[in-house]
Each structure stands twice: as structure tokens, then as C-alpha cells.
Design a protein around this ligand. Structure first.
Ligand SMILES: Nc1ncnc2c1ncn2[C@@H]1O[C@H](COP(=O)(O)OP(=O)(O)OP(=O)(O)O)[C@@H](O)[C@H]1O
Length: 325
């Protein structure tokens, strides 16, 4: 998954015989809760390194992660982690580390005890020293004996990550691990992800923040409304997003005159007008902006504001989902 790839169709493409074996392989996975389809026909493969799973709240990221870890069965489709079905294969389950989104820590325990318990559940030998090492990896002092209930949000995130790391897993599934971290902690954490990826581990890291994703990893899976909306290299994805149609709101003193002059003009895909504004669609924002300014000058129309109406992340996701249909 190093280059831009169109979204995976219902049938995944045949595997490249020269590609390394995927560490996680999700094939046509659907997960429904009654009438709610949380994940819909998602397919992808990932290998070693860091892959970001980007999607707005409610997109299905946590559900997909839970299915991948074998915590809940898919309604349809298959998941293979390290070549096996995590639900059926105990050994493989032990090679997956999950840091869930929920802040499910036992508040009265110390961080060390919490992580040590995680080590015990994985039957790690010498759980106390494994907990020391995992806490040190995430920059927490294992000797601190305070209850985790007194920790900051960022520290609690790191305790969860230490618990996920304690059995030295090959596959790490991290659900919104950067939430609540300050910029310094965030940078350290991202560096740690890359170090682990460089060691050959497979990390899947979810986020709903587009700009954060660029730093998490160059490989990105975008999930929206339960579907895989796009996958591939972050820069290609960003270009695709930048090329998407934009809807602009133009406030001017004579909107009707301006709209009439814009209809059919260069870089204008559509125009509508109301009492006090023009709404215009374009796929070339820079040239469109220059065109509007030139037209307004020619007509002696006063421009107050030219603003995207839908330049938010939700619209990006909508666009990506719609172009798949
Ligand atoms: N156990 C469940 N029962 C019913 N519906 C569920 C269940 N778990 C998730 N859903 C629904 O599935 C959809 C996807 O939720 P999910 O938590 O996977 O999304 P997400 O991308 O992780 O978002 P968030 O970051 O807000 O948790 C949502 O509509 C959610 O309400």
C-alpha cells in the first residue's frame, strides 16, 4: 500500500506475488448491529509500518478494530491477522496489542500495576519487569505509585499504550491514541509509532483529525459511513481532496449582476443566487477566485467575502464516499 490506490472494490484485487505477506488482511467485512451497519464491505491489506485509519466520529473505526482483534465476529467477510483468524487462534490473539478508545483504566491502581495485570493476562514471563519496560517506552516512570485516576488525560493515554505494548505484540491497534495529548507528547508518541513500525511491527492508528494523520503515517485508510472511502499514500489523498469540487459563498453588493456574469464562465461549474449572496461551484479555487475578482471589477460590483460553504472535514468525507458510488 505504498502508492495511491483507488478504493478497494467489493472484490479485492489479486495479491501481488512479489509483495510481502500482509500482516492484517480484511476481506469484504461487514458488521451490523441490528439495523445499524457500522462497517460495510471493507477490504484492505496492511503490512509492517504505520497505517493511519482516518474517519469522522461514528464512521466505524472502533468497530472495525474490534472485529480485527477478534473481540467481535464480523457479520460477513473475513479478517486474517498474521495469517490466522484471531477469533479462532489464541496464539495470534496474544500477538495483537489493542489500546481501546474508551478510558477503561482501573482508577485506583498504579500505572505499573495496571500494565502488570495486562502482562499477566497475556501470560508474559516476568510481568513486573515487562511493565517497567512498557512504561519506560511511553515515557512514564514505572516507580510512580499514584493511582491512574489522578493522571492527566495524556498520561492515561500513555498508560493504555503501555498496556497494549507489554506483550511485545507484532500487530498494534491503537484507537485514537493521540486524543488528549499535548503537542510535545504527541510528537513523542508519533516517533514511538515510527520506531515500532521500523522494527517490523504493523501499527494501525485511528484518528479523526486530517492534519494529524499526515504525521502518523504516509499510508492512510479513510473510512466514512462504514465504508472504505479511499486508501493509499497521504499526499495522493490530499491532492484528491484538494481537487474535489468546492462550493463557495460570495457576498457582494449586487449579487444578481455578479451571478449573471459568472454563469457559464471559466472555472465555474454552477451558480445560484439569493437576495444577498451567490453560491458557486468550482474545482479550481485559485483560478475561480481570480476570475470572480476580475468580473466584479469589470461590473463595478463590490465583493465583501468569498468563503467555502463546505470546506470542512465532513464534506471531504462525503465527497470521498460519493465518488465511490
Ligand atoms: N455495540 C453497538 N451496538 C449498536 N450500534 C453500535 C455498536 N457499536 C457501534 N455502533 C454504531 O456503529 C457506528 C460506528 O461506530 P464506531 O464506534 O465504530 O465508530 P468510530 O468511527 O469509532 O467513531 P467514534 O470515534 O465516535 O467512536 C455508529 O453508528 C455506532 O453508533
Amino acid at each position: 500500500m505504498s502508492d495511491w490506490a483507488p478504493p478497494t472494490p467489493a472484490m479485492p484485487p489479486p495479491p501481488d506475488p512479489n509483495a510481502p505477506a500482509p500482516m492484517v488482511e480484511v476481506t469484504n467485512v461487514t458488521k451490523a448491529f441490528g439495523d445499524v451497519v457500522a462497517v460495510s464491505d471493507v477490504s484492505f491489506r496492511v503490512g509492517p509500518g504505520v497505517t493511519a485509519l482516518l474517519g469522522p466520529n461514528g464512521a466505524g473505526k472502533s468497530t472495525l478494530f474490534r472485529v480485527m482483534c477478534g473481540l467481535t465476529p464480523p457479520s460477513q467477510g473475513t479478517v486474517r491477522v498474521l495469517g490466522a483468524d484471531a477469533r479462532a487462534d489464541r496464539e495470534v490473539r496474544g500477538r495483537i496489542g489493542l489500546a481501546p478508545q474508551q478510558d477503561a483504566l482501573f482508577d485506583r491502581l498504579s500505572a505499573h500495576r495496571f500494565v502488570e495485570i495486562a502482562a499477566l493476562t497475556h501470560a508474559v514471563s516476568e510481568p513486573a519487569s515487562a511493565a517497567d519496560r512498557a512504561l519506560e517506552l511511553v515515557d512514564l516512570d514505572p516507580r510512580v505509585d499514584k493511582p491512574v485516576g489522578s493522571y492527566s488525560k495524556g498520561m492515561r493515554q500513555r498508560v493504555k499504550l503501555a498496556a497494549a505494548l507489554v506483550n511485545d505484540p507484532d500487530v498494534l491497534i491503537l484507537d485514537e491514541p493521540l486524543t488528549g495529548l499535548d503537542p510535545v507528547q504527541r510528537n513523542r508518541m508519533i516517533r514511538l509509532f515510527h520506531d515500532l513500525g521500523d522494527q517490523g511491527k504493523c501499527l494501525l492508528v485511528s484518528s479523526h483529525v486530517l492534519d494529524e494523520v499526515a504525521r502518523i503515517g504516509s499510508n492512510v485508510l479513510v473510512i466514512a459511513q462504514g465504508r472504505l472511502a479511499a486508501s493509499g499514500d497521504y499526499r495522493a489523498l490530499r491532492r484528491l481532496m484538494d481537487d474535489r469540487p468546492l462550493r463557495l459563498r460570495i457576498n457582494a453588493d449586487r449579487p444578481r449582476d455578479l451571478a449573471a456574469a459568472l454563469v457559464g464562465g471559466s472555472f465555474v461549474d454552477g451558480v445560484s443566487v439569493s437576495a444577498d449572496e451567490v453560491i458557486a461551484d468550482t474545482t479550481d479555487i485559485d483560478r475561480f477566485g481570480r476570475h470572480v475578482a476580475a468580473v466584479a471589477k469589470e461590473l463595478d460590483v463590490r465583493l465583501y467575502e468569498v468563503q467555502p460553504t463546505d470546506d470542512d472535514l465532513e464534506s471531504v468525507f462525503r465527497y470521498l464516499v460519493e465518488r465511490r458510488r
